[in-house]
Write a protein that binds this ligand. Structure first.
Ligand code: FES
Ligand code: FES
Length: 160
């Protein structure tokens, strides 16, 4: 994937030469204006900056823009608009799983990808949360919300 820029939430953005060596996280925040992308450790350890790159969750602080030229990035406003991501967003609110909200977009990216893959178990949810450091919570409400979203998707209660 080279030369076409990056499609962010359905809109194509050109990468100028100076952007090629920048972190995807900073480019998304500063150039594209996607402030829902949060930056914590900048070492790939906290998961706060996770976005969907060609539908796969990646820590955007570890990715240089030059590597995603020609790719597609979805951030929280896009992947929570419909389908499993939307169901998850609604259940995070219902379960009180948002807390301060700083790590929520990153967690939601990872969990949306998990839910899109089909039915998930509590163990799979907890395993996927290992890459996300949340200072607010014991994670129980987040796990409950993901499982409730799973059930919504399975029973057609999501809006996809
Ligand atoms: S800011 Fe990217 S993983 Fe922490
Ligand atoms: S919700 Fe506050 S750090 Fe995770």
């Amino acid at each position: 994937m080279t030369g076409d820029g990056v499609v962010v939430n359905g809109v194509r953005h050109r990468l100028d030469p100076a952007a090629m060596s920048r972190r995807l996280s900073q480019w998304l925040r500063d150039d594209v204006g996607e402030r829902t992308v949060k930056v914590g450790c900048e070492e790939g350890a906290c998961g706060a900056c996770t976005v969907l790159l060609d539908d796969e969750p990646v820590p955007s602080c570890l990715v240089h823009c030059g590597l995603v030229d020609g790719g597609r990035v979805d951030t929280a406003p896009a992947f929570t608009a419909t389908g499993p991501g939307s169901a998850l967003a609604q259940q995070l609110v219902a379960a009180g799983g948002l807390q301060c909200g700083f790590c929520t977009p990153g967690i939601a990216a990872t969990m949306t990808a998990l839910l899109r893959g089909g039915s998930v178990t509590p163990e799979q949810v907890r395993a996927a949360l290992v890459g996300h450091a949340c200072r607010c919570t014991g994670y129980a409400a987040i796990v409950s919300a993901v499982l409730a979203a799973r059930d919504d998707v399975a029973t057609g209660r999501d809006d996809s």
